[in-house]
Design a protein around this ligand. Structure first.
Ligand SMILES: [Zn+2]
Ligand SMILES: [Zn+2]
Length: 135
């Protein structure tokens, strides 16, 4: 889990890595037992379950619950969790420190970083064009 800037929410949000997101999806299928074993594994004392959800979200209950276990963040909208995954964004921009919109971004849309030496013939993503910046 990593707190990163989310373009859609316009806020810093807890984002999941592949493994964590996989756990959430698995919890959606397997239900409460998996969430309970994760709570145990993480030694979380007095875990507070999510409580009432809008009825259309009920089928995502343990998906939501697992995100809560992993991040400590009570997010009840499954579609928000769905886009809070680390690998859908690029590396953090060396200029503004917000993630590049995608891994293939050729410059930062937010602050313009990388635009100064960008030409339309450039096909390489910024991370490959100037790898030294991202170490
Ligand atoms: Zn978001
Ligand atoms: Zn930037």
């Amino acid at each position: 889990m990593k707190i990163r800037w989310c373009w859609r929410c316009q806020d810093e949000m807890p984002m999941l890595d592949k493994e964590e997101f996989g756990l959430c999806r698995q919890a959606m299928k397997e239900g409460r037992g998996l969430v309970e074993s994760e709570i145990e594994k993480r030694k979380i004392k007095s875990y507070e379950w999510m409580g009432k959800l809008p009825s259309s979200y009920e089928r995502f209950r343990y998906f939501i619950e697992m995100y809560h276990v992993i991040t400590g963040y009570k997010e009840m909208h499954p579609n928000a969790i769905w886009h809070h995954t680390i690998d859908q964004f690029g590396a953090d921009c060396p200029g503004c420190k917000k993630p590049l919109r995608t891994e293939l971004a050729r410059y930062c849309v937010e602050c313009g970083f990388g635009k100064e030496d960008f030409t339309s013939q450039d096909t390489l993503p910024l991370v490959e064009r100037r790898p030294g910046l991202f170490e």
